[in-house]
Design a binder for this molecule. Structure first.
Ligand SMILES: Cc1ncc(COP(=O)(O)O)c(C=O)c1O
Length: 472
């Protein structure tokens, strides 16, 4: 049993607007209370250690553009409507009338044979704009999900916003945090959709090298210490894709996560925990997240339904300090307004039907599916690529990251030789923090290939590597 730690509630004006108030307010914070970093895991979820806000001044993290965002008056009114009695006459709202829409019923059949039906009031909600933060009943379920997988959270201080996939949330976070030429700590290799968000800010990329256990923290410590000694600016942000990473397939150990979190506290940094493969980790236990260690309000966590429900629904969500999530919500108010209402309603219906147990058993099935694919891929790779390539066995997810022995640049192999044999791979340079680098790596995604395709594809890759090596 963990020591119980009671939280002093953070006093937030943000997000607690009266109708027609658009001031952003300020964050008033309590004293730091942590002496140790909690370690929530699936086996220790009954404790209530949670986010105790410290003296973080979030203005360090909010760039000039973002700080100029103010609440959209009409979106604010919209978000308050749920709290008003149904007899209220809504003259202020410029939304279309759902009676004019051509849909009478939305019916979805599940693979279990069960169905979800939307009609009447629920259909009206699904066909209409929503508050930018998301559909409140769905957010309530997502809070329970986070509580059960990451330990009970203090929802006085933390908030969730539903987004159009994780990518949408990541892009809003980067656009809030980064200023031109800022230094930033990024893993190499990195998810290409992340590096593409940072690059336009001409950031100074400080790369974090990885081994089979994820980011090598000692290197990060050294870099930060040196920068401090030389009075160079300290990065505000560390981006991590900690579990079954894309493209590396590696998982950051809990100890390393703890060390990274400590560094974030010591150097006043925020952590972007991009974790779409959390439910696809092949380990026995649920991994410990950085958010579950976050006692100071330094982690923005990004979850996705893309890999476990449907990538086409385009639903993900960000969980983090209320003030930061609210700032991202202001961006949502003026960009896509809200993540798809229909998708949110479908997910709400499904998750309320399943409960946490049903959700867990579904994700276990998905995990098993990819684990079998991984196992088959590993057999093929052991048979065909020994001596031609090096790899770490993927710890989850859908990617195998191969280093081709004897090739400095896999571009010709991928874009010409393999392509001619109709084998399409992702070249390593696409995941480098510096696009101009040549890379000896290729990424294989085993998610959609059949067993026969995996066997044939890996065999053709081996043949292509041999041909390519003869040319050198
Ligand atoms: C590491 C990582 N982050 C984010 C995303 C984007 O996911 P979503 O579909 O939720 O936008 C992906 C998708 O491949 C990914 O691999």
């Amino acid at each position: 049993m963990k020591t119980l730690r009671r939280c002093t509630p953070i006093v937030l004006n943000v997000g607690q607007h009266e109708l027609y108030s658009s001031s952003l307010g300020h964050v008033s914070v309590a004293q730091p209370k942590h002496s140790s970093i909690p370690d929530h895991s699936a086996s220790s979820l009954s404790n209530d250690e949670t986010f105790v806000p410290s003296k973080i001044n979030y203005s360090r993290f909010i760039n000039k553009l973002s700080s100029k965002r103010s609440a959209s008056l009409l979106r604010e009114i919209c978000s308050k409507l749920d709290h008003l009695p149904p007899t209220c006459i809504k003259f202020a709202i410029g939304v279309p009338n759902v009676l004019t829409f051509p849909f009478k019923k939305v019916s979805v059949e599940l693979i279990t044979g069960e169905s979800i039906e939307l009609q009447g009031e629920e259909l009206s909600i699904a066909l209409q704009y929503l508050p930018s933060q998301g559909y409140r009943p769905l957010i309530n379920i997502l809070q329970k999900l986070q509580d059960s997988f990451h330990g009970p959270q203090n929802w006085e201080n933390r908030a969730i916003m539903v987004t159009s996939g994780t990518q949408d949330a990541l892009s809003k976070a980067v656009d809030m945090l980064m200023s031109f030429n800022d230094p930033v700590l990024l893993p190499d290799p990195i998810y290409s959709g992340a590096i593409d968000l940072f690059k336009p800010y001409d950031v100074e990329i400080i790369t974090m090298k990885q081994d089979s256990s994820g980011i090598i923290v000692e290197d990060v410590k050294k870099v930060l210490m040196e920068r401090k000694e030389k009075m160079q600016s300290i990065p505000k942000v560390i981006y991590l894709n900690p579990i079954a990473s894309n493209p590396g397939g590696t998982t950051l150990t809990t100890n390393r996560k703890r060390e990274i979190y400590q560094l974030a506290c010591e150097y006043n940094m925020l952590i972007l925990e991009d974790d779409p493969y959390y439910y696809l980790n092949f380990g026995q236990k649920n991994p410990v997240s950085l958010m579950s260690m976050d006692i100071e309000g330094r982690v923005l966590r990004f979850d996705s339904f893309s890999k476990i429900m449907s990538s086409g629904l385009r639903v993900g969500f960000v969980t983090g300090p209320k003030m930061l999530v609210r700032q991202m919500e202001l961006h949502m108010q003026t960009s896509s307004i809200n993540a798809s209402s229909l998708s949110q309603m479908l997910l709400y219906k499904l998750l309320s039907k399943w409960g946490i147990d049903g959700f867990t058993s579904h994700t276990m099935q998905v995990k098993k599916f990819y684990q079998q694919k991984r196992d088959h891929t590993m057999q093929a790779v052991e048979k065909e690529l020994k001596g031609l390539a090096e790899w770490y066995e993927p710890t989850g997810g859908m990617f195998l990251w191969l280093k081709i022995i004897g090739l400095n640049d896999t571009k010709p192999l991928v874009t010409s030789r393999c392509l001619k044999k109709l084998v399409v791979l992702a070249p390593g340079y696409a995941f480098a923090t510096n696009y101009t680098n040549s890379s000896p790596y290729v990424r294989i995604s085993y998610s959609i290939a059949t067993q026969e395709e995996i066997d044939r594809g890996i065999s053709l890759l081996a043949e292509s590597i041999r041909e390519e090596l003869k040319l050198i």
